[in-house]
Write a protein that binds this ligand. Sequence first.
Ligand code: ADP
Length: 202
Amino acid sequence: MFKIGLTGGIASGKSTVLTYFKDKGIPCIDADIVAREVVEPGTEGLQAIVDTFGSNVLHDDGTLNREALGAIVFHNEEKRQLLNGCLKIHIRNRILELTSQYEKANTPVLIYDIPLLIEGEWYAMMDEVWLVYVNERTQIERLMSRNGYTKEDALARINSQMRLDDKRSYADVIIDNNGTPFDLTAQLNTIWGERIESVLQK
Ligand code: ADP
């Protein structure tokens, strides 16, 4: 199975790129969905959170109260690390479990949508890392228009992440999304023809 780790930065166009491949029938593991699954009621992940932060982070029905948990960790780096510590192993195990399910089903190509692909060292288990890259000016403009942020808000979000320029050296493929949607599709068509089609034909 050919494993592709797709990464980018906020508003660089990762979801847009993913839609192209999903439309072509390539399956995807979404780390954000996994992160929600591992804190569903009855999971070890939720239990670890309750053990660490207390049952006041639960709603009456036993589901996770994200607002309460967010209020605790939002401005507290130490608490945020604690939360990450509760979840990391469960997210990892679930992603590995899903991977082996796809492998058993003889899936030829699998894309991983993992925002912290580089930072979380997931890139090591990928056959290729693909980076959706934009320059900072484009990133600010797209973030402002998609989320309605001021320039300052957009910059603050961008600066809280690893710099896209620093991610470039980890990438096997750099998808340049500074151009038009048409330019992007043209690049994706080339990537499809050069890197995916041959795997699907095997
Ligand atoms: P990400 O998933 O990386 O946060 P998105 O795919 O949501 O980014 O793209 C960010 C915003 O930019 C969205 O509003 C999207 O429609 C827009 N966008 C993406 N690619 C382009 C492009 N080439 N030209 C113009 N707008 C784009």
